[in-house]
Design a protein. Structure first.
Ligand SMILES: O=C(O)CCC(=O)C(=O)O
Ligand SMILES: [Fe+2]
Length: 319
């Protein structure tokens, strides 16, 4: 792909949800081609409400402004940061020993009480005493992004020639995580050699990113060039992760991306990636119908849970 031809497509979800057969087919083709060629796509016309995004960002600003000691009350030692607060500099990419210049909060799946997966997932933590409304705002966004991800996975399955619900069904009651990230001003907090988010691929099936509060996200094309990925107002950026890539025998690549440090030492950034995960027992294994005649499976089957644990160790979130 030449540099000038490089483009992350913008697709309108209404075309798929409410369009005629021809519109739906066009959406499926453009979504799939963009993910196949760049690992990324921008989604407009989705039903994630601007008010939910704003509400979650406001809750995030209020939480991260709290004293460090208060925030650390929501640190669950030994949990790998699966829920609650993860302090500045804790997470590092596979290939970078220096921690990323970010702190974050994880909201996980909430299931009805007595659900068999609840014990494995653990309970969410909520800083309601300090930030009233945090729970309601972030859970509303979680649900809206989960629904949007399900629809995108339906379209992607059609693109691949799979049954429409085959990918979307994997995430029902899945181990998805809403990560609310604060990248402080470099003037306030910095680690020598650190970057906001060092180059990495996402672990999960797909990631949805409501527009961040500032620029900085970049993806790497297959020639090694970096390109800014800036969502237009109200757009959601989506990217393919390693679980998807593995499940489809690399037909949709996971794409390396990063968040670069700003020029200004005063610039603060917030972002809220939604990492869309299967249920833990779902087996990642390329369906036969995706394999061309004579094409070999590149990976042995693995459960989503085993794959996740392997990757969390590599990024320093569990031992
Ligand atoms: O902050 C962003 O825009 C992206 C963060 C990211 O790529 C990640 O947390 O996996
Ligand atoms: Fe990422």
């Amino acid at each position: 792909m030449s540099r000038s031809a490089f483009q992350v497509e913008t697709v309108h979800l209404t075309q798929f949800e409410a369009g005629e057969a021809r519109d739906r087919a066009d959406f499926v083709r453009r979504l799939g081609d963009s993910l196949r060629d760049t690992g990324f796509v921008k989604v407009a016309g989705h039903r994630v409400e601007a008010a939910d995004i704003r509400g979650a960002y406001d809750a995030a600003r209020a939480f991260f402004a709290l004293p460090e000691g208060t925030k650390r009350r929501y640190l669950l030692e030994g949990s790998g940061g699966a829920r609650g607060f993860t302090p500045f500099g804790s997470e590092h990419a596979k290939d970078n020993p220096v921690g990323d210049l970010k702190e974050f909060w994880h909201v996980g799946q909430e299931l009805p009480s007595g659900h068999p997966l609840q014990a494995l997932y653990g309970e969410n933590l909520w800083p309601e005493a300090e930030v009233p409304g945090f729970r309601a705002h972030t859970l509303a966004l979680y649900r809206a992004l989960e629904a949007c991800a399900g629809t995108l996975l339906e379209a992607l399955a059609l693109y691949l020639g799979l049954p429409e619900r085959s990918l979307a069904d994997m995430i029902v009651d899945g181990n998805s995580i809403l990560r609310i990230i604060h990248y402080p001003a470099l003037r306030d907090r910095y680690l020598e050699g650190g970057v906001r988010s060092s180059a990495h691929e996402d672990i999960n099936l797909i990631t949805l990113l409501p527009a961040a509060t500032d620029a900085g996200l970049q993806l790497q094309d297959r020639e090694g060039n970096w390109h800014a990925v800036d969502a237009g107002a109200g757009e959601i950026v989506a990217d393919a992760g390693d679980m998807l890539s593995r499940h489809v025998n690399l037909k949709i690549p996971s794409t390396t991306h990063r968040v670069v440090n700003p020029d200004s030492p005063d610039a603060v950034r917030y972002s809220m990636p939604f990492f869309c995960h299967p249920r833990p027992d779902v087996v990642l294994d390329c369906p036969d119908q995706l394999l061309a005649p004579g094409e070999a499976r590149r990976f042995p089957p693995i459960t989503a849970h085993a794959f996740l644990l392997q990757r969390l160790r590599e990024i320093g979130l569990i031992n």
